[in-house]
Design a protein around this ligand. Sequence first.
Ligand code: FAD
Ligand code: EPU
Length: 337
Amino acid sequence: MKEVGENISLKSYNTFGLDAYAKYFAEPCSKNEIKDLLQSHLKDIQPKLILGEGSNILFNGDFNGLIIKPSIKGIEIIKDTSEQVYLRVGSGENWDGFVQFCVENNYGGIENLSFIPGTVGASPVQNIGAYGVEVKDLIDSVETIDSKTLETKIFHANECQFGYRTSLFKETLKNRSIITMVVFRLEKEPRFVTHYGSIGKELDKYPETNIKNIREVVVKIRKQKLPDPKELGNAGSFFKNPVVSLETLEYIKKFYPKVPYWESDSEKVKLSAAWLIETCQWKSKKIGDAGTYRKQPLVIVNYGHASANDILTLAGKIQKAVKNHFAIQLEPEVNII
Ligand code: FAD
Ligand code: EPU
């Protein structure tokens, strides 16, 4: 483990590019190093925060506790059958690096999740999803260390309480269970998921549909729509898409017959937060240096020197506008620390 740092700038550790400081910052590279840290003189420091690549975090001020950034690396095949392959992956691996590895080896199912920033360890936390696929469909199990008891525990996928942008690790076990490894189950003869947005249309330009081409199309669409955090600080969608009752949908349809929505289950539908925000005239708006992105208003961007306060003020005004106009409460997806 690198030496534990004190008063460390977090500017390069969050994709909003906000300048906050951590009192203590440690980057353990193995399970043993995590356990050593949790038994060291820092064991009683509170609060503790587990950090990946900071692509879904908003630091609202300095962090006066211990940040643990697990940097466990490695991709290992632990089971290989004629149909599936099981890969055990260190939580500190970069997510898209892992997706690329799978696609190059023709392990399918993961290709729609190409180009999502962050680490493998964070992927189960909010059950990352894109273009019709959620990571819960690929996860076999999640290995953790309990930061209080130091107990090692393996959660099978059906114990993780996965839902749309949520899991046990984002709720009850937030900042308590340190995810060390994730086991994924991938397909050697994948079923392609091509129904979302313009994926199908883009694929028509290729001679065949395969996972390499799907990855290429997803990366292309994402580059067109989403801001690159290296150029414009952001953390992806700031809010979740709201899940509402059929009655709410029917009411909105009276005024907006073309409201976009997707079935969530038999009694609920998911609305587009981007559409709600745009309809409330909050697309391409700015407060200080914080603004809604011109191509996708669900993404709040830092135009250079935004403070956490600018971003939260803008988010609050958007929530208020959507609440006043549609009686819908937008919930943040981003973790506000
Ligand atoms: P961080 O932001 O560092 O942490 C996120 C949460 O996970 C925190 O609560 C943290 O405490 C916890 N955590 C992190 N690592 C661990 C660990 N090892 N053990 C326990 N808890 C941990 N998300 C999507 O779902 N779909 C998208 O399409 C998508 N697109 C994005 C596009 C852009 C441009 C950006 C900037 C973000 C996007 N996101 C998307 C959000 C983000 O990429 C994901 O949430 C990602 O999984 C965060 O990974 P991270 O390593 O940066 O986690
Ligand atoms: N829309 C607008 N105006 C816009 C952009 C979009 O009205 O400017 C409407 C359109 O009707 C469009 C719909 O919103 O069809 C959906 O847009 P998009 O495909 O961009 O997806 P999203 O619902 O806004 C979600 C995820 C993204 C994920 C994409 C693709 C959430 C909160 N966000 O966004 O995830 O990449 O779908 O699957 O579920 C993230 O979580 O950080 C993230 C970027």
